[in-house]
Write a protein that binds this ligand. Structure first.
Ligand SMILES: *[C@@H]1O[C@H](CO)[C@@H](O)[C@H](O)[C@H]1NC(C)=O
Ligand SMILES: *[C@@H]1O[C@H](CO)[C@@H](O)[C@H](O)[C@H]1NC(C)=O
Ligand SMILES: *[C@@H]1O[C@H](CO)[C@@H](O)[C@H](O)[C@H]1NC(C)=O
Ligand SMILES: *[C@@H]1O[C@H](CO)[C@@H](O)[C@H](O)[C@H]1NC(C)=O
Ligand SMILES: *[C@@H]1O[C@H](CO)[C@@H](O)[C@H](O)[C@H]1NC(C)=O
Length: 885
């Protein structure tokens, strides 16, 4: 090996040696002086690795500090950021004071427990860059100066638990907590936290929510709980939460819910006390209304005596009371009504209600600051003569059911924000609608019919009409989808005949089809709640159901965090893979990735990137339709071949796969009109076709690269083991994070070992760290044992790839090559394996008998850039850009 090739390997080894030589003695010596008295057995004359409670790894780096319940006093060093191997810091139940130390960028740190101490402050930004952190506990430190939930914890995607009860936390709960993928427990009881439960908690995996006893009280409605289906224990007592208790029947694991001492109003959902796991409920000291909840499962149910249930035993309320509560429901159960409308007799002094004999004849809710809608239930109070709802903030329309009230004389709805058509009342009714700027107009943004409780014949009619319309659209789409595919083929062959390139809508398609294209796109993007995804094709759910036999298990080819992948064959023989996801399982993060994937894949098309053929939005489901990759993922071929009964991959197959991946990623980085960063390159995202040629898949984390050389700061995403160090520590991404991950994949191809393998001895678990220490002469021993009997030429290639892998995983991003370099290094290695003679009609050649456009098209296909031209020229005309074979 010439010295120029050895140099990088030498540099790599010396560089690692420098890291290994890092030493924790300074930090530990400071630790010894700040603790008073020092823990027993700690002494400056012995190695810190022998001190009680300290654990070191083989390089004398501190990994654990475990000093719980040691009666320690004194303070901690201000800065522990040099303890870069620290995994666990346990200091709970002592009397430590002073500020919490700076722990920023300790990427190995998983667990911090500082409970039950006397810390004085949590300085800002000390939790920055804790990318491996799982659990942070700092409860029962009432001596802390007021502090906010640190925004820096957004850097900690693995966070499971955050506990800071009785620790003087103030301010709102940040939204990002609900988006952390592993987050399960939040304990912030006995603080001064304010504001609502973040809406991002909807659909999250949070199991335990302890927010009770806030000094000034959290507030707002608690509807979000209904979408937190993983909940087990919810403590919200002693706050100022308001509005009704939502229907929690989706929370199948909820066993304990404490809601006492809030300002909750409304009727308790009958489902609450029959939830399958429920053991304990406390509703005491609220303003709850309606029937007293029953206790069918004999749980521990505390109702107290200060709620406003209509009777003091379970069972239905009087019918006028029930109707008035329906009216209150449409107004969001305002507190004013909850405080006055108590008991089971609406004529027993209820404010705002006037009776004659036993019948309600006047309801006067003027100037009460009410929002919400007018309930159609008013029609059930058949003796009503007057309804005054003026000077509030009511929205929605005037329910037509009100026209049926036989005695009605006055309906005053002036000075609100009502809209919609005014139903026709008998001439005996004095109707006052002035001061409603939108009255008489039908609003088409959906807000006019959004008053959830609006019902009656009119609405039902509209619903039926919409359903019929939707059915029709789906049918048309279904037909259209196939005719479009057929026509597209015809269209393309015509282009070739006429020698025209590009614009295709000049008579190649019936004009009616273009119209359908326009209409359906518009309607579907309105119907789907996420709007327009770009020019890609929507595939009707019927089609997908048909080709997968209604998502039959037999068609299942994979299962992941977000959903299930099915295979299917379209009518024209195209094999497809359908990724089917549930919104509730995807969470906000998943939805963002769904859109990202569509946005990216509609803009890039390459023979080494898995093609998106279409997508489908069906109620709560999201489906992505890809070309089918029959030979599975590189993970299966590399690590699971034995179980799955495959032959191990040969070196030739490995290098060909590596080159395919490099070409796909190079295109993402530099050939597309915009530059993209994949961010999650790894063997499970590299899929194989029948010829074992590879395509890169899963574009859910792709980011648009910033212009120029700047890096982009993002929330950390990706997979441990493949994360470039600068990305893991700072969240900064450039295209070089993909180069790093590619280097890791090369090492896996060389060694047959996984990027992270906990079953190996410590010094070998992390593939990159281990492989970079392997000297050239030891490389044959490091290779995958299935790669045996290699000739000299092949070994030369292997050394080149090993060296390339080393460069790609350089610590500094600017020392890593770009993907183009990787392609250049590997291409000659692959070419060596091409057959020496090619058949005459070789697809790479250009046949001189072809017309120039034909030749151009052939060349584009071979270069894998058909997609750009397709999507530019076709998408505007309402045709699909499904690649044709
Ligand atoms: C914590 O340490 C980091 C890294 O050494 C440094 O950049 C930061 O300024 C420190 N923060 C505080 C509050 O001391
Ligand atoms: C963090 O807490 C969770 C839940 O209590 C636990 O399962 C996990 O093991 C903890 N992580 C560490 C690193 O101790
Ligand atoms: C609690 O927080 C509120 C506002 O969020 C603030 O006005 C009040 O002063 C805080 N109380 C204490 C004791 O810190
Ligand atoms: C929670 O999410 C579900 C499903 O996305 C949605 O239907 C519901 O309205 C959301 N609830 C709240 C309170 O935002
Ligand atoms: C009144 O309703 C319209 C349409 O729903 C809305 O755009 C507008 O913001 C509302 N105005 C007020 C003052 O609430």
């Amino acid at each position: 090996m010439p010295p120029s090739q050895l140099l990088p390997i030498l540099l790599v080894t010396s560089c690692l040696a420098a890291i290994v030589a890092a030493d924790d003695s300074a930090a530990m010596a400071e630790f010894l002086t700040t603790l008073t008295p020092p823990p027993s057995g700690w002494s400056s004359s012995t190695s810190y690795c022998t001190w009680k409670g300290i654990t070191c790894d083989s390089s004398h780096r501190v990994t654990t500090i475990s000093l719980a319940s040691q009666s320690l006093a004194g303070s901690l060093p201000r800065d522990l950021t040099s303890l870069t191997s620290l995994r666990s810091l346990y200091l709970q139940r002592n009397a430590l004071s002073g500020p919490v130390p700076n722990l920023s960028n300790l990427v190995s740190l998983r667990e911090i427990n500082l409970d039950n101490n006397k810390f004085s402050s949590v300085p800002t930004s000390i939790f920055k860059g804790l990318t491996g952190l799982q659990n942070l506990s700092i409860s029962n430190n009432p001596t802390l100066l007021p502090w906010l939930v640190p925004a820096d914890l957004a850097d900690s995607p693995a966070l499971v638990t955050l506990e800071a009860a009785s620790s003087n936390v103030f301010g709102p709960i940040p939204e990002f907590l609900g988006s952390l993928p592993s987050f399960q427990s939040l304990r912030l009881s006995y603080n001064n936290v304010s504001g609502p439960i973040p809406s991002s908690f909807n659909g999250s995996g949070i199991q335990n929510l302890w927010l009770n006893n806030q000094l000034t009280g959290m507030g707002g409605r608690i509807d979000v709980l209904a979408g937190m289906t993983q909940l087990q224990q919810v403590w919200l007592h002693m706050n100022k939460f308001s509005g009704p208790i939502p229907d929690l029947s989706g929370c199948k694991s909820l066993f304990d819910i404490q809601l006492r001492d809030n300002e909750l109003t409304g009727v308790v959902p009958t489902t609450l006390t029959s939830l399958p796991s429920l053991v304990s409920v406390n509703l005491d000291s609220n303003k709850l209304q309606g029937p007293m909840p029953g206790n069918p499962r004999n749980i521990k149910l505390i109702l107290g005596d200060s709620n406003s249930f209509c009777r003091d035993v379970p069972g239905p309320c009087d019918s006028q009371v029930t109707t008035l509560l329906d009216i209150a429901a449409a107004l969001g159960y305002p507190l004013t009504l909850a405080e006055s409308w108590t008991g089971n007799d609406a004529c027993a002094g209820w404010t705002y209600v006037t009776c004659q004999e036993k019948d309600v004849i006047v309801v006067t809710l003027s100037k009460q600051g009410l929002s919400g809608t007018i309930s159609p239930a008013f029609a059930k109070l058949t003796s009503l003569k007057s309804i005054y709802l003026n000077d509030n903030d009511l929205t929605g329309s005037i329910p037509s059911s009100l026209t049926t009230l036989p005695q009605l004389q006055t309906l005053d709805v002036s000075n609100n924000n009502l809209s919609g058509l005014v139903p026709s009342f008998p001439p005996t009714v004095s109707l006052i609608t002035s001061g409603n700027p939108f009255i008489g107009k039908v609003l088409d943004d959906g807000s006019s019919s959004s008053g959830g409780s609006a019902s009656g014949g009119l609405v039902a009619g509209v619903v039926i009409a919409v359903l019929v319309l939707l059915g029709g659209i789906l049918f048309v789409l279904y037909k259209f989808y196939f005719s479009k595919r057929r026509n597209m083929k015809r269209g393309r062959s015509r282009i070739n005949e006429h020698g025209k390139q590009g614009r295709v809508n000049d008579g190649a398609f019936p004009s009616s089809m273009n119209q359908y294209g326009g209409i359906t796109d518009e309607i579907l993007s309105e119907g789907s709640d996420n709007g327009n995804y770009g020019g890609n094709i929507v595939i009707p759910v019927q089609v997908l159901k048909e080709v997968t036999d209604n998502f039959n298990e037999e068609y299942e080819v994979g299962r992941g965090g977000f959903g299930v992948v099915y295979k299917g064959i379209m009518e024209d023989g195209t094999r497809i893979a359908v990724k089917r996801m549930e919104c509730s399982l995807m969470g906000n993060k998943g939805m963002t990735e769904f859109q990202a994937e569509i946005n990216v894949l509609t803009r890039v098309r390459h023979r080494h990137l898995v093609a998106l053929l279409g997508y489908c939005v069906n109620g709560n489901e999201r489906m992505l339709v890809y070309e089918y990759m029959p030979q599975g993922s590189l993970t299966q071929r590399l690590f699971e071949w034995e179980e799955l009964g495959y032959q191990p991959l040969s070196w030739k197959q490995r290098i060909t796969i590596a080159l395919d991946v490099a070409r796909g990623v190079e295109y993402l980085h530099s050939l597309a009109q915009q530059s993209f960063i994949h961010r999650d390159l790894k063997p499970s995202n590299i899929l194989l076709g029948d010829d074992l040629r590879a395509k890169v898949a899963d574009f859910g984390l792709v980011k648009l690269a910033p212009e120029g050389k700047n890096s982009l700061e993002t929330r950390l995403a990706g997979t441990f083991g493949y994360l470039a160090p600068e990305y893991a520590t700072t969240g900064r991404v450039t295209t070089k994070v993909d180069v790093y991950a590619f280097g890791v994949v090369l090492m896996e191809l060389l060694t047959g070992r996984k990027a992270l393998d906990d079953s190996l001895p410590d010094e070998m678990t992390h593939l990159v760290a281990w492989f970079r220490r392997v000297k050239k002469e030891d490389i044959p021993k490091a290779l995958d044992p299935t790669l045996s009997h290699l000739d000299d030429d092949t070994m030369d290639g292997i050394y080149k790839v090993a060296e390339l892998a080393g460069h790609c995983t350089a610590r500094e991003p600017n020392q890593r090559p770009d993907m183009g370099h990787a392609v250049n290094v590997m291409a000659p290695l692959v070419e060596e394996w091409k057959p020496m003679t090619r058949p005459d009609d070789d697809s790479y050649g250009i046949n001189m008998n072809m017309s120039l456009p034909q030749a151009l098209e052939r060349w584009q296909t071979d270069e894998g850039i058909t997609g750009i031209f397709d999507s530019m020229s076709y998408s505007r005309t309402g045709t699909s850009n499904i690649p044709t074979k």
